[in-house]
Ligand binder design. Structure first.
Ligand SMILES: [Zn+2]
Ligand SMILES: [Zn+2]
Length: 238
């Protein structure tokens, strides 16, 4: 008997013959917890990967939501991010787990998402043309506080070795300035070795996609450094 990573309840071992024979690797999450998370399914906004049924009629612009429509309508940000795909919706349970994962430093919780994070990745990204996996970095200050980079841990669940080709400076202030201005002036990401991203397809890995500003800030410096195209993959889409 083993306890669930998230709620510490029992994880049932009734998984049939393969489990009995020890052929199946035990999943560290109980069924109740597993069912409390919502996978993103069905039709999606072409760009940000938001579930299309959650996009109100008045916010639909062709195949994209109004957020993406605005990003693409701005010459400074158009085409920066090819697409984002995410695994889970940001519901109450997910909020709670993410807070424990990131802010209370329960790094081990990441393991509960390993299976689904990898499954969805394999469905979306073709085996033959796999991009370089680049985790969204933390500033040195934040990394010191937290003790680990949550995005790197997620990236390590995927096939291929993550490459830390992005770095981030310390000044971390978020302001109410227009997002376009933030992309230019408050962009604390940088590419230490541009020759490593030149002409490459990059897949940014992060825990959550909210407004899309973070991944576009990262995409901007990568593009400036010569990257061919940039997409992102996150555990959660809020
Ligand atoms: Zn549980
Ligand atoms: Zn969108």
């Amino acid at each position: 008997m083993r306890n669930c990573l998230f709620c510490h309840g029992n994880v049932s071992s009734a998984f049939g013959w393969s489990a009995f024979l020890g052929l199946q690797k035990r999943h560290p999450v109980c069924e109740d917890c597993e069912n409390s998370f919502q996978l993103i399914t069905g039709e999606l906004c072409e760009i940000c990967g938001r579930e299309w049924t959650l996009v109100a009629e008045e916010n639909r612009h062709g195949d994209t939501c109004s957020d993406c429509f605005r990003w693409e309508g701005d010459p400074e940000t158009t085409g920066l991010l090819q697409q984002n795909r995410s695994v889970y919706q940001y519901n109450e349970q997910m909020k709670d787990i993410l807070a424990r994962y990131k802010f209370r430093g329960d790094a081990v919780l990441a393991q509960g998402f390993q299976k689904e994070f990898r499954n969805t990745f394999e469905k979306v990204w073709d085996k033959k043309v796999r991009p370089i996996l680049v985790p969204i970095p933390l500033s040195p200050e934040r990394k010191y506080e937290r003790g680990f980079n949550q995005s790197l841990l997620l990236a390590e669940f995927l096939p291929g070795k993550p490459e830390e080709l992005l770095s981030k400076n310390n000044s971390d202030k978020q302001s109410k300035k227009a997002r376009r201005e933030r992309l230019e002036r408050e962009n604390t990401f940088y590419v230490p070795e541009p020759e490593k991203v030149m002409g490459k397809s990059i897949l940014l890995i992060d825990d959550i996609y909210t407004t899309g500003t973070t991944v576009r800030m990262a995409a901007k410096v990568l593009k400036d450094a010569g990257a061919k195209d940039i997409s992102s993959y996150t555990l959660v889409r809020s």
